[in-house]
Design a protein around this ligand. Structure first.
Ligand code: KG4
Ligand code: ZN
Length: 334
């Protein structure tokens, strides 16, 4: 089954053709990062406009890259939430138009399920059940994937998402947008033990996250130093912040897996591209005798191949939308 998938939930206009869930025939990503850098973060209105400008070319390229036309695909899939509503609407409207015109089924996909399913693409032997940490610019969840169709959220953030904290701290350190890669680069020369930033455990089991405290602690640290005329060591601040976030994310993931008796772990979402986090989870998983996978860097951040993969399982589970499909900015998982 060949699926044309479309993703436009944030600042990447993306389209891909994926066969039977895991064979990526084409994968086109038009990123707006350079544009949003000027503003230090994603400006929703600007993102929507750029999606409108780019979407037709991106879809055409995804089809032509694998020598296909719209008539050669079996279904059209699209991210319909969560995300920026104006941005999502561009993808949803395009997918609806193509589905109607070419008379192909329309498959609605949850963005987070897409991130999780990215793990199936490069790891054919990796199967549910597993516990997955999904950390991106908008979400920080630990999800129990019981089978290909059943997702249970075990933990979430009570305030900022992990990626959001990376982006804000990077901005205050003057390292630019997006924050994750900038902090990772700067942290390479720093000491992760230099400053002890707070680690917060929330919720009944202490599995939930809170990243607004660590973000504020870093901002206060920088402002205090400025007021006293002390020059900060940016690399140490970046490394210590990255260590605080990595410590909490990896520890909660392992604790959740232990509590639910699951031996397989996965990472997903933009923050999963973080080298320190990948290495930490790999190390802890090995210690506990758990298996661990994560997508390659390019499949961690937003792309449409992951949507095409998730759509294959959604379709098998009977998820088909009609022309009333709408974008849902705060779409919940589960
Ligand atoms: O999944 P994604 O592309 O978009 C959302 O669905 O939000 O994630 C983007 C987020 C940004 O906050 C970015 O700073 C973060 O992922 N990110 C990273 C890294 N690369 C991207 N965070 C930490 N380390 C990285 N290497
Ligand atoms: Zn994402």
């Amino acid at each position: 089954m060949k699926i044309l998938a479309i993703e436009s939930s944030c600042d990447e206009t993306a389209a891909a053709v994926v066969e039977d869930g895991t064979k990526v025939l084409s994968n086109v990503i038009n990123t707006q990062i350079e544009l949003h850098k000027t503003f230090g973060g994603v400006v929703p209105e600007v993102a929507s406009r750029k999606h409108i400008e780019n979407i037709s070319d991106v879809v055409d390229k995804a089809l032509s890259d694998c020598g296909m036309t719209i008539n050669d695909v079996d279904a059209i899939a699209v991210t319909y939430g969560p995300g920026l509503v104006g941005a999502l609407l561009v993808g949803v409207s395009t997918a609806k138009g193509l589905s109607f015109m070419a008379e192909k089924p329309l498959i609605p996909v949850h963005h987070i399920k897409g991130h999780i399913c990215a793990n199936y693409i490069e790891h054919p032997d990796f199967k549910p059940p597993f516990v997955c940490l999904v950390a991106s610019g908008g979400h920080s969840h630990i999800v129990y994937v019981k089978d290909y169709f059943t997702y249970e959220v075990l933990a979430k953030t009570n305030d900022d998402a992990a990626g959001e904290a990376f982006d804000k701290v990077s901005r205050v350190l003057g390292l630019g947008y997006p924050g994750g890669p900038a902090i990772q680069k700067c942290a390479k020369d720093g000491n992760p033990e230099a400053i002890k930033f707070p680690r917060v455990n929330m919720g009944e089991d202490g599995f939930d996250f809170s990243f607004s405290g660590v973000k504020t602690a870093v901002i206060n640290y920088i402002h205090n130093a400025e007021q006293k005329g002390i020059e900060i060591n940016k690399a140490d601040v970046a490394a210590s912040f990255q260590e605080a976030v990595t410590d909490v994310l990896s520890r909660h993931l392992i604790e959740c897996a232990e509590k639910y008796g699951v031996k397989n772990l996965a990472l997903a979402g933009g923050v999963a591209a973080n080298k320190a986090l990948r290495e930490r989870v790999e190390m802890l998983a090995a210690k506990k005798g758990m298996t661990f996978v994560c997508p390659s860097m390019s499949l961690c951040t937003d792309n449409a191949a992951m949507i095409g993969c998730a759509a294959y399982y959604e379709y098998r589970n009977g998820a088909i939308a009609d022309m009333s499909l709408n974008a849902v900015a705060n779409l919940q998982l589960g």
